[in-house]
Design a protein around this ligand. Structure first.
Ligand code: FAD
Length: 471
């Protein structure tokens, strides 16, 4: 008989619950087939996000032996697969609790039933699933701090060890019967859009080892400075499933040295809980990608001028910190958290552009794109979500720059046009005199734009617009 493991955003061998359980259930003579379904809807407008994901698929395929690809709308693709694999013992997968994945999994259940294929599903992606962290009366948390207190009290699921030699023994290669899917996979992975350096399970493991060796102890201070390599960079691996949140959690607990400073360690664990928090929020607000969670902020008269949005996307706002951040995103598929908060606030408050446009742009570009965290982040910054920044607190893009990039290192890394601008002007280069512009080799309006808006005025306008909704 053949056991099928449907691999999705869990591209790893270690502590992959569905895979571990499937291997456990294998009996003498059984085959284990690893399957990957390429859904046409998920590869539309192929951009950096998709590219990184598929390069991780490739890394998994190359490291662990044959993945069998099927392509097309799910029902069709699976039915035709079942025609070519007979005697299916069961299909194992880590179920999606939210978003597109949840809907697709829901659509697939009757198909499996109809095909009489036993289904084994698990919750693998969060550390605590959406329904696990609740108030005493079973109610939902709206605010992170009390959620986190409860989250900390719960026993953490342990890491599951897969029997690797058994896995290898049973793994089959029937890729010849999966040529259409294989062709699609090859098309998608042949020419990566970027020369991604950090892809897959081994890279995740190495980065975590590096982070836990030293940076974690300084995380509390360093995490706010985008020019520092002070964060874990685990998000891309969590998104693709190259590492499990359980592995991260338990390695932090086992490998950090209690004699060293603990504030960094604690603060890092808190961020892992944030990921679960937004997962829970999205689970309970499945339409949060389209609708503001806070009802009174639905229907804000957003500025529909496409050119304004274009300037933000093209990093031509004239605010160096904002432009540096967008360039980092456009060039690397990642953006520092401090910068994400600043650009999201700038787009929604200073430019009064709909947060959904920003959310969708990040969706295209972020290698670490997770719907729950991204929607959570955008609804936080635009003051429309649960436990969001208050609407009257508008980030000042110059002040953010002065505080979190005091020497302008981040700016200079991403905007070489400003390389020779003196420190005094790096946050507001348009304040240079003509003489100073000449000296710095940067003519404002030509080499680098004037600020596209007056922050003070835009701040007042945003507060007014939000206030009107509030009343
Ligand atoms: P670290 O600082 O090392 O944090 C460790 C881990 O904790 C991260 O890998 C991540 O899994 C989790 N985490 C940290 N901060 C948050 C947070 N605010 N919300 C949820 N989880 C968090 N994160 C994503 O993973 N995917 C997204 O699509 C995403 N979109 C965002 C959009 C906006 C507007 C904002 C403000 C934040 C967004 N974040 C998103 C959260 C955060 O910016 C990234 O998780 C973080 O920058 C990833 O880098 P890191 O792995 O080095 O993080």
């Amino acid at each position: 008989a053949t056991s099928i493991v449907w691999i999705r955003n869990d591209l790893r061998i270690h502590d992959n619950i569905a895979l571990t359980e499937a291997v456990k259930d294998l009996e003498e003579g059984d085959d284990l087939l690893l399957l990957f379904h390429i859904h046409p809807d998920l590869i539309q407008n192929f951009d950096l996000q998709h590219d990184y994901f598929f390069q991780t698929v490739k890394a998994f395929h190359e490291a662990n032996g044959p993945l069998h690809f099927i392509y097309g709308p799910e029902e069709e693709a699976f039915r035709s697969m079942f025609e070519s694999v007979d005697d299916v013992k069961g299909i194992y997968f880590n179920e999606a609790e939210t978003g597109f994945g949840k809907e697709r999994d829901g659509r697939m259940k009757p198909v499996f039933e109809d095909e009489e294929v036993p289904v084994h599903t698990y919750i693998d992606h969060p550390l605590h699933g959406a329904g696990e962290v609740t108030k005493k009366d079973g109610g939902l948390y709206q605010v992170f701090s009390p959620y986190f207190k409860q989250w900390q009290k719960l026993d953490k699921p342990s890491v599951r060890k897969v029997d690797e030699s058994k896995l290898k023994k049973h793994l089959v290669d029937r890729t010849d019967s999966f040529s259409e899917g294989k062709k699609k996979y090859e098309e998608l992975t042949e020419q990566p859009l970027l020369d991604w350096k950090h892809v897959g399970e081994q890279a995740a493991d190495e980065r975590l080892t590096f982070f836990l060796d030293e940076p974690v102890y300084y995380y509390e201070e360093d995490r706010d400075f985008p020019s520092k390599d002070g964060t874990s960079l685990m998000s891309r691996y969590l998104r693709t499933g190259a590492i499990s949140p359980r592995t991260i959690y338990h390695r932090v607990m086992q490998e950090t040295d209690g004699r060293k400073r603990q504030d960094g360690v604690e603060s890092f664990i808190r961020e892992l809980a944030f990921r679960d928090f937004y997962h829970m929020v999205y689970y309970n607000h499945p339409d949060a990608g389209d609708k503001e969670i806070t009802e009174k902020f639905r229907g804000i008269p957003w500025n529909e001028d496409e050119e304004i949005f274009e300037r933000w996307k093209e990093a031509e706002t004239g605010f160096p910190f904002i432009d540096a951040a967008i360039r980092q995103l456009n060039k690397t598929g990642w953006m520092h958290n401090r910068a994400r908060m600043a650009v999201a606030s700038f787009l929604t408050k200073d430019l009064l552009v709909d947060w959904r446009k920003g959310e969708r742009y990040f969706h295209q570009k972020l290698a670490d794109y997770e719907a729950a965290s991204n929607i959570g982040g955008w609804q936080w910054a635009s003051s429309t979500g649960t436990d969001a920044v208050p609407y009257f607190r508008v980030f000042n893009p110059v002040r953010q720059s002065e505080r979190f990039d005091p020497h302008g290192e981040y700016i200079r890394t991403w905007i070489p046009e400003l390389e020779d601008v003196p420190k005094k002007y790096i946050h507001q280069p348009h304040k240079m005199s003509e003489e100073e512009q000449k000296k710095a080799g940067c003519k404002i309006g030509e080499d680098y734009p004037e600020p596209m808006v007056d922050h003070k005025k835009m701040r007042e306008r945003a507060i007014e617009v939000y206030k009107q909704r509030k009343d």
